[in-house]
Structures are given as structure tokens and as C-alpha cells.
Design a binder for this molecule. Structure first.
Ligand code: ASP
Length: 440
């Protein structure tokens, strides 16, 4: 049994958090590969070390002293070391870094040092071997990861060992450092889990899993116990955020379960994400067909009406081309006979509205074009909705009873989601009604 664990910034923020990490790692023998983020915030007003590193780089670029910012970063790590009673020569490491900075360091190289320092300390604290990410995680020039090279390199480096790896960065073939987008340590953890064919990828953060709804809308929403990758994509596309979006691909490819856990509540089972689940939990609980509820505001709908539109060969392609020409991705396309509607982000449409309308008029020659603004999309997502008659009826009735008018409906035949458009003003209410009716 091999478990790969990734600890996020809040789990690395202070000596007290490091102590929690150690207890978690030592609780199971199989927890032998640990990926860490840079130190995150200790409180709302605090700074993330990665932000400070980017700030340092900006100072250096404009020839402004970054001494005070650098000393905040140094302080953070020295405090952690001293709080844990470690004797690692961090002063030496920091002095060498300061020299490198003066000599000229790329933004990525400097930004990566938060994870580097976290990993050095954590390896020392756990008594694990430090394996630098530049030794295995290879980026291609286009920013993608060379999976074959990286996986083989890590397999060799990790064989039979207990290791700590810094997240967020790797190196190009010439050795220069490159980072993932912000939040990318999640991706490093997923790649490490896939490389080592781990039995599970545990992603330790500061929440007890992915919540069933946005806590800013629903009070104290429950965490989702189990979710499939497909459901998660649906939820995160519409705003549910816990993991970096690209995290799931390496582990999904190998069907490695991804378990989101809370460092501050290690007994909580969190959320398990998998390709599919063989046995369903609570199969008898008829109400529990929704896995999660997500949504986004500020959509606009462009409806194009033309007599005979549905039978006019190539007309829909022309419509799409107009949106493509303006760099606008069309998210949903509900339609009727002779009316074709496109749901797009409102802000993007606003910028090019006149040009889009005139191109549509010229190329498609519609009878009318109608633009509906301020629409919100709400999605009820759930694998247990498939092949169960009556689900949509129940969702629509619950919303209707509470006076929420549904303006748009979309569901594809996989039946893992029901997507509804409501007026922006009804957004929060719609999410609450769904939660209260089918989860609470
Ligand atoms: N430290 C990086 C960031 O703040 C990467 C990460 O924590 O995942 O974005």
C-alpha cells in the first residue's frame, strides 16, 4: 500500500501546523510520499509566502530594495524551524538565495523557493529524504509535462524510500525552473501519485472535503462524501473550488482515488473522488440524488429566430463562427424550432455585442435577435440522477413552489446534471431551495 499526501499552504503555515502534518503522516506506514506547498496564511490578514516571493521579484525588476519583503519570508521559515526545534542551517540556505537573487533569478525560480524551503524543513522534521522537483518533474517547452520522463525519474528516485517533494515547480530539459499556475502543488501531488501508481492520493487542506453548495449561499453545507471525476468537472466548472482544475487528469487516467482531507480535523473522512463507484452509499435514500449544487451568475443569452432555421443546412455553423471570431466560448445552446439560443458569459458578450449582432445579421439574416441579460446558471449535479424517472419533476416542483421561475433547461443524456437558467436575482434562492429540498 502506497499513499501520496499533498499538504496545502494552510497546513504548512506554522510550526503548529507542521506538527499536525507529522502526526498525520506517522499515523500510517503507507504514507511515505509527501508533497508540500509553500507556507500559506496563518490568519485572514496574513500573507502567502508565494505572494511575497512574486512581490520580491517585482521589486528586483524595478530596482527597488526587497529587503523588508525578503525578511518577512525568512522570518516565517526561521520561526517554523525554531518552533519545531530543528537544527537545519536555514540561514545558510537563505543567504545563498539572497545572493542568487542579486545575481538575477527568473520569476519562476524565485516563486518556487517557498515550496523548496517548506520541503527542506518538512523532510528534516519527518526524517524523510528531500527529493527536489527539478530532479524528476520535467516540463516541455509548451508548458505541458513530459509524463514519461517524469514518471520514470520519480519511480527511480522514490524506490523503497520515504520522501518529501516540493510542489508547484519542475524544470525544463535545460534545468531552468518552471512553475505550474497558482495552486499548482495539487498537480504535482497528482503526478507523483500517478507516477508511483499510488493506492490513493490524499490532498490535505483546511476544509473537510468539497462542499455540496457554496457556503456563502447555503449555511454550513455538508461535505460531499463521494464524487466522480465527471461530477467534479461539472461542479468545478461552475464555480465549486477546492482543487486546481488540472489536478484530476493524472489520477483520473489511472483511476487512483483522490481523497480531500482536513489537516485540522484529521478524523473526518473528507471527500473521495473516483472515476466510478461500484457500490452506492445509502441506495435506499431516495432524496439523496444530488451530489452537489453549483452555479454562476452574469450570463447572457443571445436568441436568434429565423423562419426555417432548423432545416437550413449550415446556419448553426455560421452562428457559431460569429462567436468564434470574437473569441467567445458558447457554454449552452438551448433551442426551439426556428430559434437558436447561445448562453455566454455576460461580460464577454458586452464587449463585442455590436459587432456580433451585425455579423449575425449579415451572415445568418435572422428575422430577429434577442439578447437576455443577467441570467444565472444553476446546476444540480449527481450520478444518481441517471435513469431515475421523476427527478426533473421534483427539482422543477421544488423551485416552482418557492416562486423561482426557470428560464432555461438543459440536460444531456448522461443525466449527471440538470442545468437551469434563472434570473440573476433568483440565483441564491434557487441554490438554497435545491439544497433545502434534496440535501437537508
Ligand atoms: N504556493 C503556490 C501558490 O500559492 C502553489 C500552491 O500552493 O499550490 O499558488
Amino acid at each position: 500500500m502506497l499513499k501520496v499526501l499533498k499538504f496545502g499552504g494552510s497546513s504548512m503555515a506554522s510550526a503548529a501546523q507542521y506538527a499536525k502534518v507529522k502526526a498525520i503522516v506517522e499515523a500510517e506506514d503507507s504514507r511515505s510520499v509527501v508533497v508540500v506547498s509553500a507556507a500559506g496564511k496563518r490568519s485572514k490578514e496574513d500573507h502567502k509566502v508565494t505572494d511575497l516571493l512574486y512581490l520580491c521579484h517585482a521589486h528586483l525588476r524595478y530596482g527597488v530594495s526587497c529587503d523588508s519583503v525578503f525578511s518577512m519570508i525568512s522570518q516565517r521559515y526561521l520561526e517554523i524551524r525554531d518552533g519545531l526545534g530543528l537544527s537545519l542551517d536555514l540561514e545558510g540556505v537563505l543567504a545563498a538565495l539572497r545572493e542568487q537573487m542579486e545575481a538575477g533569478m527568473s520569476e519562476a525560480a524565485l516563486a518556487s523557493r517557498g515550496e523548496y524551503l517548506s520541503a527542506l524543513l518538512m523532510a528534516d522534521y519527518l526524517g524523510f529524504e528531500f527529493v527536489d522537483a527539478t530532479r524528476w518533474l520535467r516540463f516541455n517547452m509548451d508548458g505541458s509535462v513530459d509524463q514519461d520522463y517524469s514518471y520514470a525519474a520519480l519511480r527511480e528516485l522514490a524506490a523503497g524510500k520515504r520522501i518529501v517533494i516540493p510542489g508547484f515547480y519542475g524544470a525544463l530539459a535545460d534545468g531552468s525552473i518552471r512553475t505550474f499556475p497558482r495552486g499548482g502543488s495539487d498537480i504535482t501531488g497528482a503526478l507523483a501519485a500517478a507516477a508511483l501508481d499510488a493506492d490513493i492520493y490524499e490532498n490535505w487542506t483546511d476544509v473537510s472535503g468539497i462542499l455540496m453548495a457554496d457556503p456563502r449561499i447555503v449555511e454550513n453545507p455538508e461535505p460531499i462524501p463521494r464524487v466522480t471525476y465527471t461530477e467534479l468537472r461539472e461542479l468545478s466548472y461552475l464555480g465549486a473550488q477546492v482543487l486546481h482544475e488540472d489536478t484530476i487528469f493524472p489520477v483520473a487516467e489511472k483511476n487512483i482515488p483522490l481523497n480531500i482531507r482536513n489537516t485540522n480535523d484529521p478524523e473526518h473522512p473528507g471527500t473521495i473522488i473516483m472515476e466510478r463507484f461500484e457500490e452506492e452509499e445509502a441506495p435506499g435514500d431516495e432524496r439523496r440524488f444530488i451530489t452537489g449544487i453549483a452555479g454562476k451568475k452574469d450570463y447572457a443569452v443571445v436568441s436568434i429566430s429565423k423562419r426555417g432555421l432548423s432545416s437550413e443546412v449550415g446556419a448553426i455553423r455560421k452562428v457559431f463562427e460569429v462567436f468564434e471570431n470574437h473569441g467567445i466560448a458558447v457554454e449552452y445552446t438551448p433551442n426551439g424550432i426556428d430559434t437558436f439560443s447561445l448562453v455566454v458569459p455576460g461580460a464577454k458578450l458586452e464587449k463585442s455585442l455590436h459587432s456580433i449582432v451585425s455579423q449575425l445579421q449579415e451572415r445568418v439574416k435572422p428575422d430577429s435577435i434577442q439578447v437576455t441579460k443577467d441570467l444565472a446558471i444553476v446546476a444540480a449535479v449527481g450520478r444518481r440522477m441517471a435513469n431515475r424517472p421523476g427527478i426533473c419533476g421534483r427539482i422543477f416542483s421544488a423551485l416552482g413552489r418557492e416562486g423561482v421561475n426557470i428560464r432555461l433547461i438543459s440536460q444531456d443524456p448522461r443525466e449527471v446534471n440538470v442545468i437551469l437558467g434563472v434570473d440573476g436575482a433568483d440565483f441564491a434562492k434557487a441554490v438554497r431551495v435545491l439544497y433545502d429540498s434534496f440535501v437537508k
